[in-house]
Structures are given as C-alpha cells and as structure tokens.
Design a protein around this ligand. Structure first.
Ligand code: NAP
Length: 294
C-alpha cells in the first residue's frame, strides 16, 4: 500500500505538488528557484497522492500550514467537487492545476493555458485572429483550444487519432464562444491541408517525446506552412523534437513546452504568494538550472 502524503505539523509556510506518479516532477525546481529569488522561507514538496487518497489529503490540507498546492495527473478534474470556489478558466477548462488555501477555503485555478500564452513569442497576443491547428485531443489540447477561442482566434482545428475526442473539444469551443472549430482525423493528408493555412500549430500529443517510440509518420506538412507560422511542441524532453528540428531547418518560429511548464508554475506562485515579480527574469534562471540538471 502506498503511504499517503504526510503534511508536516511544523508551523512553517508550506507549498506542494500532488499527483501520481510524482517522482519526476519538475515543480520543486521551478518553485524553489522562485522562492529563493524572492528570499521567502516556504517549503515546497512533492507529494505522491493516489486516486483514492485525494479526499483524505484535502481534509488534512485544510487543517495544515499548507498555503496552496499544484495539482497534476490524475487529479486535475476529479478535485473540482472538493473545492469551495473555482476560477473562470478552471471552470471553462473543467480542470484545476493550482489550489490556494485561504482561511480554510480551497480556491481552484488553472494556469496551464496562460502559461502557454506567456511562452509564445508575443506572450499570447498572436492567438487573436489566428488560425490555430492543434494536434491531439487530450487535456492539454482541450484547455488550449478553449483558450484560443476565448482569445478571439479566427478558427480552431483539432486533429486527433480518435476523431470523436476532437469532436467533443470542437463542440465545446463552438458552443461556448461561437468560434469556428473543426475536428479531423490525424492523417498526413489532413495535416498537409490544415497546416498550409495555420498561423499557430500546436503538438499536444506525446509524438516525439523521449521514452516513446512513436513519432509523426511524416513532417511534410511543415513544408506547406507560411514563413510566419509559429510551431509549438508541448514536449520539453527532448528540448528539440523532430518536429521542432524541422521547423528550425525551414526557418519557422518555434517553441518547446519548457516555457509553458515554467510559466504555469510562476503564475501559480503569484496566486499562492499574492505577490508580483518579473516572471521572464525568473523563467530564465529556472531554464539555466534545468539545463544544468539534465
Ligand atoms: P492526454 O490527455 O493523455 O492526451 C494525449 C493525446 O495524444 C490524445 O489526443 C491521444 O490520442 C494522443 N496520442 C497519444 N499517443 C498517440 C500516438 N501514438 N499517435 C497519435 N496520437 C497519440 O495528454 P495531455 O495531458 O493532453 O498531454 C499531451 C502532451 O502535452 C504530452 O506530451 C504532455 O507531456 C504535454 N504537456 C505539456 C505540458 C507543458 O507544460 N509543457 C502540459 C501539459 C501537457 P487519442 O485520443 O487517440 O488517444
């Protein structure tokens, strides 16, 4: 049996990340770098909390010195009924990655999509009026499709192996914002056609990730894009996937997923600590630490 997370009884300010598995989480690196930068004496811990342990964890969290915690798989959706309040984005995405504890009340937020926007070359401004093509239809795709739609994108196309999941996301996009949204199956033909018109292409699948043998069957679709297209891979390991390597070779603008990961954490810290700081300066420090650590 896995040991449930043990919240310390010490009277210190505590922060944590909960999930399962949590061993490889980069959250401590992100948050402790910021806490050191601000000179704050908070602790930040990784907490293995399995599916059946969430209710118990929440009860103990309310009685503890925990000021807040980050939430990752598998709790991002199932935690919602346990919270006293959730933010507009968390409600829209039906997903919570940040919980602030204030006077015994638990308030849920979702900072993933804002983190992605901050990692874009123009901090998200490029979503307005953009033709956005998202590959994949899981949790990340869903949040980013809705974020693009609420940012007044011109259109959102979702390509996925199982087209039914893409259809669900596109329905949610159109129903909630009226933005034109099209689900398509993930074929080379569809990629070639859709990417030719795209302003932003986002890979929200594990295709090309370290540790998986699966990759795009063909990257030919990048050859049809406009020179101004921004290619985004949510993967950060490896730092340059085959997709991004080809984007670089073709002279396109591109970003990997490390910026999104770092900025979602720093936005969460602004919420936990109720303080402001230059996130881009701290993100640079975190990137340097990460590159030294890998
Ligand atoms: P998810 O909910 O599990 O969704 C995964 C998606 O990838 C599904 O649409 C799935 O298609 C598709 N997929 C998986 N294996 C595939 C394959 N062999 N061929 C084609 N499609 C495949 O995952 P998620 O949370 O959305 O994450 C998606 C990616 O984004 C992951 O690489 C994750 O590491 C990354 N991510 C990065 C950040 C960041 O901060 N940088 C944050 C969140 C996620 P089906 O629906 O057909 O199964």
């Amino acid at each position: 049996m896995t040991k449930a997370f043990d919240i310390k009884n010490e009277k210190t300010y505590q922060l944590a990340v909960i999930g399962s598995p949590i061993g490889h989480s980069l959250s401590p690196l992100i948050h402790t770098t910021l806490l050191d930068y601000l000179g704050l004496k908070y602790t930040y811990e990784k907490a293995e909390v399995n599916e059946g342990e969430l209710a118990g964890f929440i009860e103990r969290a309310k009685e503890s010195c925990l000021c807040g915690f980050n939430v990752t798989m598998p709790h991002k959706r199932v935690i919602i009924p346990y919270l006293d309040e959730i933010s507009e984005d968390a409600q829209r995405f039906n997903s919570v990655n940040t919980v602030k504890i204030s006077k015994g009340r638990l308030i849920g937020f979702n900072t993933d999509a804002d983190g992605f926007c901050m990692s874009l070359p123009s901090s998200g401004e490029e979503l307005k009026d953009a033709r956005v093509v998202i590959i994949g239809a899981g949790g990340a795709s869903s949040s980013l499709a809705l974020k693009a739609a609420y940012s007044d994108a011109a259109s959102v196309t979702v390509l996925n192996r199982s087209v039914e999941k893409a259809s669900e996301i596109c329905r949610a996009v159109t129903d909630s914002t009226g933005i034109s949204s099209r689900p398509l199956s993930l074929s080379s033909e569809n990629l070639n056609t859709e990417c030719a018109d795209a302003d932003i292409i986002i890979n929200a699948t594990p295709l090309g990730m370290a540790g998986t043998k699966h990759n795009f069957e063909s990257l030919e679709f990048l050859e049809y894009t406009k020179k101004s297209t921004v290619v985004c891979d949510l993967i950060y390991n490896p730092s340059e996937t085959e997709l991004l390597k080809k984007a670089r070779t073709l002279g396109l603008k591109y970003i990997n997923g490390l910026g999104m990961l770092i900025f979602q954490g720093l936005i969460a810290d602004k919420i936990f600590l109720d303080t402001d700081f230059d996130a881009h300066t701290v993100a640079k420090l975190i990137k340097e630490k990460y590159e030294k650590a890998i």
